[in-house]
Ligand binder design. Sequence first.
Ligand SMILES: [Zn+2]
Length: 55
Amino acid sequence: MSPGVLSGNMMERLRRVVGTRQQSHLECRRCGTTLETDGTACPACGSSDIARYDF
Ligand SMILES: [Zn+2]
């Protein structure tokens, strides 16, 4: 179990509870950083492996 995956799941659960708006969510698969804009690369680690969740 890696810390990155764990924190990513926690963020997803938090957002599911807090936000009910229909929107897309972009998150770095590598470090779990949330991308606020429609970016294609992570601002924190530079990875282009971005996960997209549609609520
Ligand atoms: Zn990243």
